[in-house]
Design a protein around this ligand. Sequence first.
Ligand SMILES: [Zn+2]
Length: 340
Amino acid sequence: MRIRINNTRGNFHMQELLIEKIRTDGGVQSRERISDEYVAELAELIKAGKKLPPIDVYSDGTDVWAADGFHRIHARLKANKRTIRCNVHKGSIKDAIWASVAANQEHGLRRTNADKRHAVEMALNINSGLSDEAIAQHVGVSRNFVFGLRKQAPQPVIGLQVERTGVDGRTRKIPPPPMGGERTEQTQRQEDTPRKIPPPPAVSAPEHRNPPPPPFDSAQGRPAPRPAVSVDDMKKPIPDHLIPLFDRGSEVQSLLSQISNIKGVLKRAQESDDPLFGDCHFQAAEAALQTAYTEIKATKPFAVCPWCHGTLSENCRGCGQRGVIGEFRWNQSVPPELKK
Ligand SMILES: [Zn+2]
């Protein structure tokens, strides 16, 4: 619904839209979660008469997809406003997702590491053909950050994806990663350096090889620690033996994204009376998906167990000898004095 046009310039126009017409589902949101505190803060500003900047939305002619400004949308609703000023771009849900993963690099609530991970995973999902460097520049993270997440993502069938597009817009072939191994520095460089592109090696039958062992610190007699200190979502250092578990939080995140996608598909099917899903009890399906989402999300490593400090003590009932706890448990069960 068009209420009024304030301004038209470039490839978008500004328009005040009914919030209920703006879609925030379909996996367009790159934040890992909405901060209630920040929403409350913004709502206070709105109630005090402060004008917040317009949000960015993409309109494909049928749906309007939010790409940036999810906190402002929640804040407007909390302040009992039904409309919000939008920069309306022409584009699809994919355009909205692509814009969303680049949002909040310099403005808005600072992105957490979880937000950045989520954004990179979304970016890899819709543009897996881009190089690590191109994804990193777009999302505003380091190339190593992208490299680490791409490695954990389900690998495409070897031989299928041997081309990546670099920041210069040129597409070049890259050798597929060795089975179970890591890409070498050289492989990475080839993706982003325009010169000297070797032909892709012939694809042979994959042989099973074990992943290379971690670097060994002979003086200590155990795997060498990472150079940089890793911290959990509460900025507490993660003990070395728990880092692999934290790293695998992206597996949980990926499952959550898949559930969100299914929810989006069903919602659209319901709204469009898609005959394919004619016999689906949408409410029941949605409730079941929500339950699965909540349960799976609760397991995602969020903080080092504040009771046993990740020592995997047999007596620790806080973490059940995982050494880590999820966000839900952190919020619900950890007393304030332990949170410090
Ligand atoms: Zn514990």
